[in-house]
Design a binder for this molecule. Structure first.
Ligand code: SF4
Ligand code: SF4
Length: 483
């Protein structure tokens, strides 16, 4: 029986409820009146406390996803843009993945790290190698990492992950520092989540891969990940362990996208119902080619139009949740979805173990790669590209460091402080990047953008302070100001 408050996976991701939702969406996909009503409900509204959005239930959002009336789809895209603009403005947070180890005891059929793949060498970074990788990432300008690691209690026990996190935070190379380490490791125990929390992680990310239990079990035929309930209930254990920023995601292409979409939103509703806070982020990876993996054998692939619609509908349904797109996607695809709701992108990513240190921007080791990277530009190129499109690349990690976790973004929104807080923080961290790492051309474009954008901070005192801080970063060599 469907129950969002239940702690049992099969009750909060109830198959029957998803099937009924999809039927309801199909029946109403031409229902103009209902669709207009849903769009109206989801619009940002001005309240005494600032701008607020109600979001949508998985049922309503599924109707939007199914809608095939072209002009209403256009309205949907405009609404997604409006919501994005209201809460995220033109800021895009930057991050990079860091692969620690590709040892894995699971047999996920879509991932080249599955234990039966003999085509790829197995590698695990030593602490010296972690230092080298992090130094290389700092030298690019990154401040926020997502660490990735296969599941292997012998080769990658929790102690290894904790040691790596410790090493990462300890490295201060020139003006560099990694200020937020997000962690993407296998589902684990409450005890281990507590340890991750104590180590100071940012978001705990775990992709569900698919919410369809039967498919899930087939796609994960062996290893601890085969256990659907243990995997699906991981975020509840993470929250019980004190981690209040969790990141959801499915791997689009494994199952029917409409099914995954409803499941994803039901998972978000469940977290909200039980823990009072929804997911911090949602990632939208699509299956890609890799060693021993041919994406064409999965017959649920989605094209760029559907992909864009999914992103717009997620933006409308969960307006306060950050949305992440990786370098799996091409420049053209990333370009299209930035306006529709994406708030974080990776840049200059290497998806292999030890892919950063010792390689020039053009060199790219492929031997231990988890998937093909479509967008192969350098961070400087990505930053310049974003600014050329009017976006502000942000290296901000302020909330996490100020202890504004959990529903903090909501709190910022509710007191109408986004533009007084996120905006100057984004600009100050961008100025750090420009001063320390950018090419002269990128720096010039960036400093012109900052001069224009800083005037948009509404509070006069805050604006003046930010202008003063920017000067201290640029001329005085100071770093790490934040609101
Ligand atoms: S997806 Fe994760 S758990 Fe599965 S084989 Fe790859 S690294 Fe291992
Ligand atoms: S101030 Fe907080 S919510 Fe705003 S960009 Fe920085 S980390 Fe994100």
């Amino acid at each position: 029986m469907y129950n969002p408050k239940s702690l049992k996976a099969e009750e909060f991701i109830d198959h029957g409820e998803i099937v009924e939702t999809l039927e309801y969406a199909e029946q109403n996909k031409h229902n103009r009146e209902l669709i207009e009503e849903i769009l109206e409900k989801a619009k940002p509204k001005k309240t005494g406390r600032g701008v607020e959005c109600a979001g949508l239930s998985h049922r309503d959002a599924s109707v939007l996803l199914a809608c095939d009336i072209p002009e209403l789809n256009e309205k949907m895209y405009s609404l997604a843009k409006e919501i994005k603009e209201a809460f995220y403005g033109n800021r895009i947070v930057m991050f990079a993945p860091l692969y620690l180890s590709n040892y894995c005891v699971n047999k996920c059929v879509y991932c080249p790290y599955h234990y039966q793949n003999k085509q790829i060498p197995r590698k695990k970074l030593t602490q010296d190698e972690v230092r080298a990788e992090v130094t290389a990432l700092q030298d690019m300008g990154h401040k926020r990492l997502a660490i990735e690691c296969g599941e292997d209690p012998v080769n990658n026990p929790i102690e290894y992950v904790l040691e790596c996190i410790n090493t990462i935070y300890s490295i201060k190379h020139k003006n560099g520092a990694i200020r937020r380490v997000n962690v993407n490791i296998a589902a684990t125990t409450v005890e281990n989540y507590k340890k991750l929390k104590e180590a100071g992680i940012g978001t705990y990310i775990l992709f569900q891969e698919t919410y369809h239990k039967e498919s899930y079990e087939k796609l994960h035929p062996a290893g601890p990940k085969h256990n659907y309930a243990y995997h699906t209930e991981a975020m509840d254990r993470a929250m019980e362990g004190g981690i209040d920023d969790v990141g959801l995601g499915v791997l689009f292409g494994l199952e029917m996208y409409k099914y995954e979409f409803a499941g994803l939103l039901m998972h978000a509703e469940h977290l909200e119902a039980v823990h009072g806070v929804g997911p911090h982020t949602i990632s939208v990876p699509r299956i890609k080619k890799a060693a021993d993996i041919d994406p064409s054998v999965f017959d649920n692939g989605i094209d760029d139009d559907i992909f864009a619609k999914i992103i717009a509908c997620i933006r409308i349904a969960v307006p306060y949740t950050g949305m992440i797109i990786s370098t799996r996607e091409s420049e053209a695809c990333r370009d299209r979805v930035l306006d529709l709701g994406i708030s974080q992108i990776s840049g200059a990513s290497r998806t292999s173990v030890g892919g950063y240190a010792g390689y020039s921007p053009e060199e790219r080791p492929h031997d231990t790669e988890q998937f093909d990277v479509s967008d192969q530009r350098t961070l400087d190129e990505v930053v310049r590209w974003l600014m050329g499109k009017g976006f502000i690349p942000s290296f901000c990690t302020a909330c996490y460091r100020e202890g504004r976790t959990g529903d903090r973004f909501m709190a910022l929104c509710k007191v109408g402080q986004i533009q007084n807080c996120c905006h100057p923080n984004a600009l100050m961290t961008l100025q750090e990047y420009l001063s320390d790492y950018a090419s002269p051309e990128t720096r010039k474009i960036g400093e012109e953008l900052i001069a224009k954008e800083i005037l948009k901070v509404p509070d006069e005192k805050r604006r003046q302070r930010a202008i003063d801080y920017l000067e201290q970063i640029k001329v005085g060599g100071k770093r790490d100001f934040r609101f």
